[in-house]
Write a protein that binds this ligand. Structure first.
Ligand SMILES: Nc1nc2c(c(=O)[nH]1)N[C@H]1C(S)=C(S)[C@@H](COP(=O)(O)OP(=O)(O)OC[C@H]3O[C@@H](n4cnc5c(=O)[nH]c(N)nc54)[C@H](O)[C@@H]3O)O[C@H]1N2
Ligand SMILES: Nc1nc2c(c(=O)[nH]1)N[C@H]1C(S)=C(S)[C@@H](COP(=O)(O)OP(=O)(O)OC[C@H]3O[C@@H](n4cnc5c(=O)[nH]c(N)nc54)[C@H](O)[C@@H]3O)O[C@H]1N2
Ligand code: SF4
Ligand SMILES: [Mo]
Length: 724
């Protein structure tokens, strides 16, 4: 260091008058990297420094989002008091006023139209305690059957597939430390290098150990760069691709007969179906060469150990559930599960994507992964909650279907917590209309998001720096997120807000908690004996052991790193092999003369989901300040699309305007647009409403579009082209 630099730092040091240290976890993805935010106050200003903290999952690593995540949390646009819409404008009001308005509106809606006229929309970015409490609030506080959450768009296909096939859904069946021991790894529809960057060293280590890595993605992503083999599949054809690979596995005779015999059911039917497949047809359907399917089958089949990871690329399809099941078929016929270095991973998305899907925010679910349809489960939870089983509502509908219920006027009010449906739901224009038409709409957020803008009342929540609670990361590790920053202004924790509303509705006696830890104690009881059993966990343990992998059914239990070693979690102990036809149950829209290209959507490294938070961060927004369309140069030439210009992307549903980016990394028949931007760049205005019949997942990853240069003033889409 030069003398000049030393002087500079010394001066800086003297300027700092006080320093506060906040230990916490990154609010964004499922890695839940532990970090420290250091707030330094000097005469002139506050500055923040972020450092990673060592922990068993990420060992102190942080990606660019984690390093900058303080920026939105201390942003001037944070809402600091309840905001009531008066004559179309938001005005700050006291909590007493806000709660009185909620009481009046909620009670009058339910009195007039019944309990189910109110709905709750939750999130997998809130803590386990809050997700649990929100489910309880819907069932006990409002006694409505309508509750669902944003994880429906995220985890539902993989979760239902794992539940059906293995009998239990935990994102990763093995601890992350087993990845380097896998001799062959298939990554399908997952861009971990940009979406879970701090997981990469596990895969890099695997590669150093000689593992063969196969990436399946229509784009040559950052993740594909670590691949030995990249299968550049046509969007939406993963199920058929897996059938092609299965066919080669049978031809190469690399199936594990004893495993199939002892630990699975359904193999014979699968074999019969696969035998009749015409591989040339599969090649045409998937766009993947026969030799590449063969190589995949051979290497994966012959390796002693192997793991398969899937994420939203294959899951966010209207056949996502079945497509995942076909990848699980690959694992099962080769016997690669239940031992070290062999298993499955559905790479979880949101910070609490795992825990958020376990404790009752789903329309058909009760805490501990219990089912709302099961009488024993209902009785158990009713008992923990101190209510009659008969008073527990039945199952409701999925998140998008709630929007349809609003249009039908079955649902007239909504409490939205920690999500931005106007930007994240398919058929976005329709969803916007739905939320705008509600008789009473309360949004709980940090900011006035695109959805909160439509609310009658916005309640200000605390951020991750201020709100303590547990989060379950992608490994299935329950971690304690500490948070010791003082809540700014009038902000309250999400769990406090739920309790406050319950109180004014006369249900306070069911919601008496002093802290998040108090709620956790009840959650432990509620999950006890369930599939996702947290009973053995306490805050003290989580602090001392730096997280524990569930199930953890008793205080002395050390947690579960590897699942299904001896048997699967189904009644007969066996995993289910299923025939997955090449033709999906819900036909997928194919490119046509009017809409000749596939559109697929996803993420970039520096933005998070609908961008409400990351667009507020100057450091992150600087990397990508507007949306774009990735297109192959040859395709661009064909459609007269120049580099770096505004273009229109048009589907049967709508039109957006984004900037063109020419790249040879994408298939020639496909364009890619991220979904982190709103308004005229909201890509979900292009996505159809069709849902997977098994799990209600929309087809975010495959639509048909046309593209053309944007010229100011031309309204290129005839209104009659739009469909509802
Ligand atoms: N930077 C960043 N990280 C995030 C998030 C974020 O918004 N930004 N969000 C978090 C959340 S909630 C989630 S769910 C995860 C999502 O993590 P991912 O699922 O990894 O992310 P995506 O970019 O949506 O999609 C992954 C890949 O699927 C590919 N793909 C598209 N269509 C197909 C197809 O038909 N078949 C196959 N095989 N692949 C296809 C896309 O090209 C893309 O590279 O990331 C989490 N991490
Ligand atoms: N086209 C397309 N659409 C997609 C996807 C895709 O790949 N393509 N992916 C889907 C997936 S996987 C997901 S997970 C969804 C996510 O979709 P959303 O849930 O709608 O996305 P977020 O941007 O996370 O919205 C979170 C909101 O909560 C606020 N918030 C942040 N922290 C807190 C908190 O602690 N408390 C409260 N009360 N509010 C808070 C934020 O300011 C923001 O407004 O999008 C889905 N939509
Ligand atoms: S975004 Fe994910 S990988 Fe990046 S720091 Fe946050 S938790 Fe870690
Ligand atoms: Mo997600």
């Amino acid at each position: 260091m030069t003398q000049l630099m030393l002087n500079y730092f010394r001066e800086k040091q003297q300027e700092v008058q006080s320093e506060k240290i906040y230990n916490t976890q990154c609010p964004f993805c499922s890695m839940q990297c532990k970090k420290q935010v250091i707030e330094q106050t000097s005469v002139k200003r506050k500055t923040y420094v972020t450092k990673g903290i060592d922990n068993p999952t990420t060992h102190g690593r942080l990606c660019v989002k984690g390093k900058n995540a303080y920026q939105h949390a201390v942003h001037k646009d944070r809402i600091l008091s309840p905001m009531l819409k008066v004559n179309g404008e938001f005005v700050p009001v006291s909590w007493d006023k806000a709660l009185a308005v909620i009481k009046e509106k909620f009670q009058s809606i339910q009195k007039e139209h019944g309990n189910d006229a109110l709905s709750v929309y939750g999130s997998a970015s809130i803590t386990n305690e809050e997700a649990y409490l929100l489910g309880k609030f819907a069932r006990v506080g409002l006694q409505t059957k309508y509750i669902d959450y944003n994880g429906r768009f995220c985890m539902s296909s993989a979760a239902t597939a794992a539940k059906t096939v293995f009998g239990l859904d935990r994102g990763l069946t093995n601890a992350l430390t087993e990845i380097p021991k896998a001799r062959c790894i298939i990554l399908s529809g997952t861009n971990i290098a940009e979406c879970q960057p701090t997981i990469m060293p596990y895969f890099e280590e695997a590669k150093e150990n000689g593992s063969y890595i196969i990436v399946i993605d229509p784009r040559k992503t950052e993740t594909a760069k670590i691949a030995d083999l990249h299968l550049q599949v046509k969007p939406g054809q993963d199920a058929a691709l897996a059938n092609g690979i299965l066919k080669m596995m049978f031809e190469e005779n690399v199936v594990n007969k004893s495993f199939i015999e002892e630990r699975t059911t359904g193999f014979r039917e699968l074999k019969r179906y696969i035998e009749n497949i015409d591989v040339n047809e599969t090649v045409r359907q998937t766009g993947v060469a026969r030799k590449d399917m063969e190589k995949t089958a051979k290497v994966f089949g012959k390796s002693d150990t192997g793991m398969i990871f899937t994420a939203r690329g294959i899951e966010q399809q209207t056949d996502g559930h079945m497509a995942v099941r076909n990848f699980l078929n690959l694992l099962l016929v080769t016997g690669k599960i239940g031992k070290e270095g062999s298993g499955y991973g559905a790479i979880t998305g949101q910070g609490n994507g795992q825990g958020g899907r376990e404790h009752g925010q789903k329309s058909d679910q009760l805490p501990g992964y219990r089912s709302i349809d099961n009488i024993d489960h209902r009785r158990y939870i009713a008992d923990v909650w101190g209510i009659e089983e008969a008073d527990l509502p039945e199952k409701g509908v999925s998140a998008y279907e709630m929007m349809e219920k609003i249009h039908n006027r079955d649902i007239k009010g909504m409490l939205l917590m920690c999500s931005n449906p106007v930007v994240s739901n398919p058929n976005a224009e329709y969803v916007k209309e739905a939320l705008a038409s509600l008789d009473f709409f309360v949004a709980v957020d940090l900011f006035i998001s695109e959805s909160a803008k439509l609310a009658d009342l916005i309640l200000p929540a605390t951020s991750y720096l201020e709100d303590e609670g547990t989060m379950t990361n992608m490994e299935g590790r329950v971690t304690l997120r500490e948070a010791n920053k003082k809540p700014p202004g009038q902000t309250r924790h999400d769990w406090q807000i739920i309790c406050d509303i319950a109180q004014v509705l006369g249900k306070g006696k069911y919601f008496q908690y002093e802290s998040a830890e108090d709620i956790f104690h009840e959650l432990r009881e509620a999950s006890k004996g369930g599939a996702a059993d947290y009973y053995g966990l306490t805050y003290e343990r989580l602090r001392k052991e730096q997280g524990v992998l569930w199930p953890c059914p008793s205080v002395g239990h050390k947690g579960t790193t590897r699942l299904f070693e001896k048997s699967f979690a189904r009644p007969d102990g066996k995993a289910v092999i299923t025939v997955v036809p090449n033709k999906p149950e819900v036909p997928k829209e194919q490119p046509s003369e009017d809409f000749p290209l596939f559109l697929t959507t996803g993420r970039v490294m520096s933005h998070y989901l609908t961008g409400v938070q990351t667009r507020k961060s100057t450091n992150l927004a600087a990397r990508f300040f507007e949306s774009f369309m990735e297109i192959h140069p040859e395709t661009a030439a064909k459609h007269h699309i120049p580099e770096d210009e505004l273009v229109e992307v048009i589907s049967k549903k709508g039109k957006i305007i984004v900037r063109s980016r020419l790249s040879e990394a994408i298939r020639k028949d496909t364009v890619f647009v991220p979904f982190h931007w709103a308004d005229t760049q909201n890509v979900n205005m292009l996505i159809a409403k069709n849902l997977d019949p098994h799990c209600r997942m929309p087809g975010y990853k495959m639509s048909a579009v046309r593209v053309q240069p944007y010229t100011l003033g031309t309204e290129s889409m005839a209104s009659e082209e739009r469909t509802k």
